[in-house]
Each structure stands twice: as C-alpha cells, then as structure tokens.
Ligand binder design. Structure first.
Ligand code: HEM
Length: 500
C-alpha cells in the first residue's frame, strides 16, 4: 500500500546534505557506538556492516524489498539493519513473520512514527498510522464493524456494478478499441471509492490530482524520520512545506464534504455512505468513545490512501501477467464465458463460481504484493524472537515479497501459475504466513473484501467482454516503480476487441 511507507529513495540533494554534515557528527557517533557496544551483551540478529550516521540506508536503494531480499540471503531471515539512527528488524521468512504477527502480535502492534504521515493524517488520528492503544482499538473496530463489514461491502454492490457497466461503455466507445487499461482502472476504483465513501463521484481533475500528490508524498523519504537531528533537511528540501500544503487542501475538501453530510437529510441503511455512517456514530455517541471531527477526516483519508492505489495496482499487474501468459488468459476467458453465457455483464453473484479468476488474482498478489514490505511496525517491549533479543522500540519491515517467493514454500516461485491456488487452502486472509499481501494479526488490512470484490468483478468483465491484446508498438514493460510501494512503471495500453 503506497500510503504505507516512506520510500527509501534518497535524492541526490539529500545525500549531499547528509554527507556534508558527516564530519560534525562522526566523532559523536563513534563515541556513542563505543558506549553502547561496551554495554550490550544481547544476542542481536545478524547485521550487515553499516556506515556512521546513515547506517545501511545507502544499501537499500530504490527497490528496498529486492535489496533486503539479497541481504537476507547472507544474514538470514531475521536481520537487524540500521536506517539512520533507527534500528530496523527485517523478517524474510514465513516463520519469522508468524513470530511477529501471531506469537508476539501484541508486542509488535505499534506503528513506526513517520513524520509525513503525522502531518497528513491529523497527528496520526487515523487507523493505519495510529500508535497502538485505546484510540486505535476504537477506530479499528468502527472501520471493521461499521465501514468495511461484509454486510456494508455487499450494500455497495450497485455502485460497483454501475461503475463497471459505465467502464464497459467507455471501452466500446474508444477509438479503434485502443485503451489505456491503467487509466481506466484507476478511474474506476477512484469512482467506486468516492461514491462509497463520500456519496458521489469527485472525478474532476483537482481531486484526482490532490489524491495523486498525497500518495506520492507518502512515498517520499523524510530524512527527519530516520535521522532526527537532520530534520532541518526536510524543511530545506521543501518536503515539509509540501506536506502542510496538501494537508490544508485535503482538510478544506473534507470539511466541505462533512458539512454537506451534516446538513442533508439523514440517510439510512443501504443509502448510507461512509461519511454518513461516521457522522451518525459521532451523533449517537453510544460507546462512550468521542469520535472527533479530525478522526472522521483521518479515517476517510485512510480509505483513499490505503484503498485506491493498492486496489488498482493489483489489477494492473494481473493484466500484465495474463498478457505474458496466454494459456492463463485463455483459461480465464473460458471460465468467464461459461459463467456469463452471453449475458450483458458478469455480476457479483457469479463470482463465487469462478475459482480460476480468484486463483489468478491470488497468484498476482503472490508475485506482486502492492506493499512488498507491508506497513512498518514497532516493538513496544524487549522480546526474544527465534532465539534473538529484539529491543523495545525496534522498527520492523516484513518482506512479504521475499516470503511469497521462498523456494522452500513455493514450487517454481518465479513462475506465474494460478493453478497452484486451485483446491489449495492457502489464502491471503492472514492465516498462512507464506502469503501475506494484506499483512496479518491486529494490524492486518481491514479492506480485503472491499478490494477483492472490485478486482474480481473488473477482471471477470474485462476478459468476458473483450479480447485484450498488447498494442504492438507499446510492448509490455513489467518493471516496477521505485520505492517501497510498488506499481508498474509504465501504463498498460491494449486493444480491447468486443467479443460479442
Ligand atoms: C489489494 C488491495 C490492498 C492491499 C494489498 C492492502 C494491504 C495492506 C497492508 C499490507 C496493510 C498493513 C498490514 C499489517 O501491518 O499487517 C494494510 C493496512 C490497512 N489497510 Fe489495506 N490493502 C488493500 C486495500 C485496502 C482497502 C480497499 C482499504 C479500505 C477501504 C484498506 C484499508 C487499510 C487500513 C485502514 C489499514 C490499517 C490497519 C491497521 O493499521 O490496523 N486497505 N493494508
């Protein structure tokens, strides 16, 4: 999830700033590390050698999940690195992930404090970036029980089906059947989430642009989060100013949306959007927990930041894999054909009869988890993990990308083979630690059903209604964007020939 993480992608300017400060802090650091090493008799996990001041920052580059995967081959499934002054535990096996997210889930239920997230999410009064504690527990239960419950997700069915039908229409009207698939699915998921969350589409340029800038900003590396005494670099580089500007813009927008909801006639049941539900909880105040306006705004932001990007990214990678693997495309089309039976559209009732469709989406999540390092957590107590001592306050990256390519758990892990998920109980709901694209445990993703029903409906209809082929001159580039949240670098352009 792109909202998730700070891309460890230091720009040239920042590197220059860091290195120019090196002489000032070198002496101090050498002294500090001497004092610490002489005190510590702990059995810490293996660590790669590090540089003063920046630690291992220089080694994780623009694709941290790949770089950390390579490092783990030398240092093992639990390794301790240092990003600036922050100790970071990296888990790269299913067993290590299970220890963190199941055996010691409570100890690792805190989130790392990330500066940009603080600015944008109202001092982290949201769910995703909130520190573990009473407020988080209340907000998460509101999200799980009231906003993203099975029943609520089902109640938005008409929105998804309408947006799907609208997109099919759009493709039919496309000149020479040429479509930018990436653009279509971004717009479709944005529209669904806007209507579900806010009650109507906000598909104008300004809103899309604001969302895009927010997601990009959350993927920026803030020096101050990792090297606190260099926080001034974030001010100097303009990063902080940008974050405050976006926070203000979003705040004005959300203020407007909430006021509109407060002033309209109360909606009920299936007509309620997410803001309606939150406003009602605030008014009724039954649980004794006061849901502040800023918390409502922060939750809405979570839904956009956590929900849009991750969802369409999974669809993009899926189409990329299907275009590279025509046998899988053919098998999926046959399944869709058998279920659709010439109807104008596959509807949600049909999806449970499409095991291959579900297997294709799972296999894509295995190979391309949208947040390959999940969302950083932090330990709140000293704890022993697989025989190693992990100190309180250690940040944790779980390399879900590496884990779902582990050859000891997966046969031919680099190959796209949806069949491996047929008649196989392994699922992404957080109980099988070899496959955790949505995380697991207390901090696991509450949006699984919401995301996957959109993706299933969209993919089923795309292959049912159209023959999709690459536009010859565009080719297919499966390279990844930089940073910890991973998209396809180039949009997928296809010709979509109607099948009926
Ligand atoms: C394919 C789509 C998605 C993927 C791959 C994904 C992935 C993730 C991951 C990896 C986490 C962190 C889990 C952990 O720390 O163990 C997370 C958390 C979260 N996700 Fe998702 N997500 C997706 C869609 C959504 C949607 C659609 C929503 C909301 C509508 C959503 C809302 C959240 C929230 C609120 C959290 C924070 C939970 C917490 O900290 O307690 N996600 N997601």
């Amino acid at each position: 999830m792109s909202f998730t993480l700070q891309a460890i992608n230091i720009s040239f300017t920042l590197q220059v700033l860091i290195f120019s400060s090196l002489p000032f802090f070198l002496g101090l650091l050498v002294l500090k590390s001497y004092v610490f090493s002489s005190k510590s008799h702990k059995n810490l996990p293996p660590s790669p050698p590090k540089l003063p001041l920046i630690g291992n920052l220089h080694q994780i580059g623009s694709s941290p999940h790949r770089a950390l995967h390579v490092m783990a081959k030398t240092y093992g499934p639990l390794m301790l690195i240092r990003l600036g002054s922050v100790p970071v535990l990296v888990a790269s096996s299913a067993d290590a992930a299970q220890e963190i997210m199941k055996t010691h889930d409570l100890i690792f239920a805190n989130r790392a404090k990330l500066k940009i997230a603080h600015i944008i999410f109202y001092d982290c009064q949201d769910v995703a970036f909130s520190q573990y504690g009473d407020r988080w527990r209340h907000l998460k239960s509101i999200v799980v029980l009231n906003l993203l419950s099975n029943k609520r997700v089902q109640s938005y069915r008409h929105v998804r089906e309408e947006e799907m039908a609208f997109t099919i229409e759009k493709i039919h009207k496309a000149e020479k059947s040429l479509v930018n698939f990436s653009e279509l699915v971004i717009s479709l998921t944005n529209n669904v989430i806007c209507r579900v969350a806010l009650g109507k589409r906000y598909d104008g340029r300004d809103f899309k642009n604001l969302l895009q800038r927010t997601i990009e900003l959350l993927g920026c590396f803030s020096v101050g989060s990792y090297i606190p005494w260099l926080s001034w670099v974030d001010r100097l580089s303009g990063l902080e100013e940008k974050a405050y500007a976006i926070a203000k813009e979003f705040d004005e927008f959300l203020e407007l949306v909430i006021n509109e909801h407060l002033n309209k006639k109360r909606a009920s049941g299936e007509c309620q959007d997410i803001v309606d539900v939150l406003v009602e909880i605030q008014r009724d105040d039954k649980s004794g927990f006061r849901l502040e306006k800023d918390m409502i705004k922060a939750i809405i932001l979570d839904i956009f930041a956590a929900g849009t990007d991750t969802t369409f990214t999974n669809l993009e990678w899926t189409l990329g894999e299907l275009l590279r693997n025509p046998h899988a495309m053919k098998q999926l089309q046959q399944e869709a054909q058998a279920i659709g039976l010439g109807k104008s559209m596959i509807v949600e009732d049909d999806l449970d009869k499409m095991p291959y469709l579900k297997a294709v989406l799972k296999e894509t999540l295995r190979l391309h988890p949208p947040g390959p390092l999940l969302v950083p957590r932090e330990s709140t107590q000293d704890v022993k993990l697989l025989g190693y001592d992990i100190p309180s306050g250690t940040q944790v990256f779980i390399n879900a990308w590496a884990i779902s390519r582990d050859p000891s758990k997966w046969e031919a892990p680099e190959e796209f083979r949806p069949e491996r998920f047929l008649n196989n109980p392994v699922d992404y709901k957080g109980f099988h630690f070899e496959f955790i694209p949505f995380g697991a445990g207390r901090r696991g993703c509450p949006g699984i059903q919401f995301a996957m029903i959109i993706n299933e409906l969209v993919l089923a209809n795309f292959v049912y209604k159209f023959d999709l082929a690459l536009v010859e001159e565009e080719g297919l580039d499966m390279s990844e964007t930089n940073g910890i949240s991973v998209h396809m670098k180039c949009p997928i352009k296809v010709s979509a020939t109607p099948r009926f």
